[in-house]
Structure formats: C-alpha cells, structure tokens
Design a protein around this ligand. Structure first.
Ligand SMILES: CC(=O)SCCNC(=O)CCNC(=O)[C@H](O)C(C)(C)COP(=O)(O)OP(=O)(O)OC[C@H]1O[C@@H](n2cnc3c(N)ncnc32)[C@H](O)[C@@H]1OP(=O)(O)O
Length: 177
C-alpha cells in the first residue's frame, strides 16, 4: 500500500551560515580556494538534507558549482542552502553564496551550486523522503527547474557508469616485479 508522503517547505530545510575569509583559506591568487568553499557547501547542504529528511544521507553528486565572482580575503560569505527538489530517496540541494566586503558593505553573488544526496533509513535501506513545496518566487524558480536537472543527472550518471567500466585499478606509481 502506498503511504501518502508528507510535504515540507523549502524554508524548513534552510541553512544559513556566515564565515569570514582568513589568510589560510586563500589560493595563490589571494582569493578563497575553491576546495575550501566546496567543503563548506557540502556541510551546509548535508544539514539541509537532514533537516528535510530527518535521516542519514550521503553526498551522491556535486552536480554543479559555478564560481561567479572571486571572494577576497577579509570578506564575509553567507551560504544559503535549501532543498530544491526530491525523487524517492534522492534530495537535491541548492546553495547560493553571497560575498560581502565588510568595510564597504558591498555584496555580490559569488557562487551557485546544486548537490544531490541519497537518504537512508537506520537499517541502511533507502529512505522515502518528504516532497518539497516552494513558497517564494525565487524558491519556485529554482524548484521548477528540478525535473530538467534530474533528467540531465540521469543521463550523466548513465554515461559515467559506462565510463567507469573502462577505468582500471592499475596504478602507474606501483613498482612492477
Ligand atoms: C556526507 C558525505 O560526506 S558522504 C561521503 C561521500 N559520498 C559517498 O561516499 C557516497 C558513495 N556512493 C554510494 O554510496 C552510492 O553510490 C549511492 C548511495 C550514492 C547510490 O547508490 P545506488 O545503490 O547506486 O543507488 P540507486 O541506483 O538505488 O539509486 C538511489 C537513488 O539515488 C540516486 N542516485 C544514485 N546515484 C546518483 C548519482 N551519482 N547522482 C545523483 N543521484 C544518484 C538515484 O537517482 C536514486 O534516486 P531516487 O531514489 O530518488 O529515485
């Protein structure tokens, strides 16, 4: 028998995190290192998923990370992450990063990203997550693109499966006898 799935609003999963950028987080251009930001995004998105699904989850894919504007040393960044679409056990999270020059107050859109997680029950079987309901204009705009993004994810995943079949475990750095 099909159980009716609960519906949650985007804002119920919303995560807002503000960080100040320190010298040890910079790349050789003197701006925030992309890998640092990706780690922050994964953490913020994982909290959004857990708020939505109230279950364990793993990151299945980083679908897109678009670095739109470099983030300078001493600026602050605010990461906003919320669930932007769901399948059965999969949960897509949208992240936006707003940079802020703390001395002038100038703000800029630094990054947008989508990540997909898969939710699990405690017995390790896949969970069935609540549906998502947008409320604001921006949430609706983002959630309306879910079907298209999910279709593209499926195509990419099938391609990647074929690709992985051709990748060997041979290590060029291991000594041969
Ligand atoms: C928070 C962290 O740091 S976690 C650490 C990093 N992440 C990991 O180690 C995850 C390693 N990967 C895995 O465990 C597995 O490959 C999984 C869980 C991602 C997928 O497991 P599978 O058994 O292949 O998944 P299955 O085919 O049953 O699909 C389950 C769901 O996941 C989705 N899915 C599976 N792989 C992907 C992918 N690469 N990208 C996006 N969605 C995916 C499917 O579309 C499906 O969605 P649905 O339930 O909404 O229809």
């Amino acid at each position: 028998m099909n159980e009716k799935r609960p519906v949650k609003r985007c804002r119920e999963s919303l995560v807002v995190q503000t960080h100040r950028i320190f010298p040890n987080q910079l790349n050789n251009h003197g701006t925030l290192f992309g890998g640092e930001l990706m780690s922050m995004l994964d953490v913020a998105a994982s909290i959004a998923v857990t708020r939505h699904a109230r279950s364990q989850s793993v990151t299945a894919s980083t679908d897109s990370v678009d670095f739109l504007h470099p983030i300078q040393r001493n600026d602050a960044i605010t990461i906003e992450a919320f669930v932007s679409g769901v399948g059965k056990s999969s949960v897509e999270v949208f992240c936006k990063v707003i940079g802020e020059n703390l001395l002038t107050g100038e703000q800029y859109l630094a990054v947008t990203a989508f990540l997909t997680f898969v939710a699990f029950k405690t017995d390790k079987s896949k969970a069935i997550v609540p549906l998502i309901e947008p409320e604001t204009e921006e949430e609706s705009f983002i959630c309306n693109g879910y079907e298209e993004r999910n279709k593209n994810r499926f195509i990419k995943r099938e391609f990647n499966k074929q690709f992985a079949q051709k990748i060997t475990l041979t290590n060029s750095w291991m000594d041969e006898d």
